[in-house]
Design a protein around this ligand. Sequence first.
Ligand SMILES: *Cc1c(COP(=O)(O)O)cnc(C)c1O
Length: 322
Amino acid sequence: MRLPTITDALRARRLLRSLLAPTPLSAYPALDAATGARVRVKHENLQPTGAFKVRGGLNLLASLDPAERERGVLGYSTGNHAQSLAHAAAHHGVRCTIVMPEHPNPAKAQAVRDLRAELVEHGERFEQARAHAEQLAAERGMRLVSAANEPEIIAGVATAYLELFEQEPELDVVLVPVGSGTGAAAATLVAAALAPECEVIAVQSAAAPAAHDSWRAGELVDRPNRTTVEGLATGSGFALTQRLLRDRLADFVLVDDSDIEEAQRLYLRAAHTVAEGAGAAALAALLAHRERFAGRTVAVVCSGGNAGEADLNRMGRPAVIG
Ligand SMILES: *Cc1c(COP(=O)(O)O)cnc(C)c1O
């Protein structure tokens, strides 16, 4: 598989410039006070589809050849990758089918239908949806779009980090949430070129640690996928993102789903920001490792804002202590 380069990222940036406005990088005194760090929030929750993934989808669709466009694209996802593909396919006038695990987040499912993609619900978890998508794409001759093993997706996502280092060149740390690893891989790609002193640290849910464990082991491993946090809910490492993360990632930390809920509440209180669970995972790592990051300038990627009903109900209630 071809590895994406910084040149690919720059090309993606040129292409996406007319399609997506840069997202803000914001500081909030209340977040600094709560964490002891100089926090900068990269607001990918403000993207048109509510998550950073739209960058990758638009770039991938733009790179298809005419035959692939004609046949259409097929993706599998717990939600945001689906919306990204559907959005990009609609923009480019390409047919799109999405396979989601059964009983998807209703808002995310509706968003896909609103974008006029075909939605197929199959299997209990991500892994079953993925297997079904592979079979369906082969049957129909559609271009199967992996959530992560796609250089053009990583190059598109990298435009978030080109923006980030331009907005704040003197970052000590960037904390990136990980499911399949495109965000973290893109961050390391850009940091290596523009800010080699900056540490890129990946964050995953301890309840679905496949990417973390794959990185530590130096080989792709499968792990139980028990997190309730969509976007971080994967059960295996992905080859391309792991390959990029292997040499360049400074560290990989795990957080509990309860840390993520606390971070979601803090976003609401201190930054007037609705983050979905995955979107709050980077901030959760900052909260869970306060001493490590105290006094440093830390960017946390608020990767998505597509909070479901359950998230919203939980956020409104005070934290359960104990
Ligand atoms: C997909 C997603 C992630 C994880 O990104 P990967 O590139 O799969 O590692 C994090 N946050 C949100 C909101 C997402 O949609």
